[in-house]
Write a protein that binds this ligand. Structure first.
Ligand code: UDP
Length: 337
């Protein structure tokens, strides 16, 4: 069984990738410092509890499990926090990736699928956004991912590491089987907050900005189901195993939804009137982010299966309505092993 090192494998997208890898016959080895990831989310392979700051720990994990390729999710990823504290973002994301690449080069591992982001584009000049859109990030988080993409070009040229940078739009939803899902603390993302408000787990949802130049005045995003993202990573890995070349590729649906559309979807799925508060715009939020998704379809044969808004919301509701006891049980059962 080919072992794949999944950095950030205890995190939101990383844990869904582990599940998809396992179903496809790979052994996902989660490498995670558990600073924001969760032990209960590691269910399909071993957990290497370590930090990318420790290059020797990365080398050890690669050698111990005879890793054949890497999926790299581990990163600090809160845009707002990156505006207040850029230092840890550059240290964790750029410094951590540098260590990972050095360990890969030392151990002769030559394939990497990177979790990148549409935040590397900055303010869109044209919608939908194609991969050749200028990359001018407007926050440190996006800047670190752009720096990583640039680093990868040199590791390909010098060390022969081929890579795929997958630039996600808005990851959302949860595992349709309800085994894993989104669990950020604090939660800042629209869909989990809206779902929690509908389930009575928080008082209300604040809508950030109703005066955007969009059809209903609220901001528009391209939401992609987290399992679809995970499947794109698997397709990316197969592309690299088949000798495919290095490339950056968007992961989105090509369809945007406004905040109000998300509110309506949550109300439809939960049959609840959502308590909302109209608020000012959140600083740094572009009015509209929508992907041109054609390249992922042509290159990887990837098509989102679960990314219609109602499926995203329904799976998120399934997770948030039962996640608390499940998480406790999962944590308990792992400690008992
Ligand atoms: N948003 C909102 N209320 C919230 C959280 C988010 O109105 O409590 C809006 C946010 O301003 C943005 C959209 O929902 O326009 C998606 O935000 P999210 O944080 O989920 O993802 P982002 O696009 O910032 O990565």
């Amino acid at each position: 069984m080919s072992a794949i090192l999944v950095t950030g494998g205890a995190g939101y997208v990383g844990s869904h990738a582990c599940k998809v890898l396992s179903a496809a016959g790979f052994l996902p080895v989660a490498f995670d410092n558990l600073s924001t990831g969760h032990r209960w989310a590691v269910q399909w392979g071993p957990l290497e509890h370590g930090d990318l700051a420790d290059v020797e720990a990365v080398r050890r994990a690669i050698r111990r499990h005879r890793v054949e390729a890497v999926m790299h999710f581990a990163a600090s990823s809160d845009v707002g926090e990156s505006m207040r504290q850029p230092g840890p973002y550059f240290r964790n994301n750029v410094g951590g990736t540098l260590n990972l690449l050095e360990a890969m080069a030392d151990c002769g591992i030559r394939r990497l699928v990177l979790s990148s982001t549409c935040a590397s584009y900055g303010l869109p000049q044209v919608i939908p956004i194609r991969e050749d859109h200028p990359q001018q990030p407007i926050n440190p988080y996006g800047e670190t991912k752009l720096a990583i993409e640039r680093m990868l070009r040199w590791w390909d040229q010098v060390h022969g590491i081929s890579w795929l940078a997958l630039r996600y739009f808005n990851a959302a939803g949860a595992d349709p089987d309800g085994e894993i899902g989104e669990a950020h603390e604090p939660e800042t993302h629209l869909i989990p907050i809206a779902v929690q408000a509908a389930l009575g787990q928080r008082e209300n949802l604040g809508i950030f900005g109703t005066d955007y130049p969009t059809p209903d005045g609220t901001a528009v995003r391209d939401y992609v189901h987290v399992t679809d993202l995970a499947e794109a990573h698997l397709a990316g890995l197969r592309h690299l195993f088949a000798g495919g070349g290095s490339l950056a590729c968007n992961l989105g649906t090509g369809r945007g939804h406004s905040v109000r559309e998300v509110v309506r979807a949550v109300e439809r799925v939960t049959r609840t009137a959502l308590p909302i508060r109209l608020m000012a715009r959140r600083p740094g939020d572009p009015p509209q982010l929508v992907a041109e998704p054609r390249l992922a379809s042509e290159l990887l044969g990837w098509r989102p299966r679960l990314s219609d808004l109602d499926t995203i919301v329904a799976t998120a509701c399934g997770w948030h309505s039962k996640s608390r006891p499940t998480r406790r049980q999962a944590a308990h059962s792992i400690q008992m092993k």
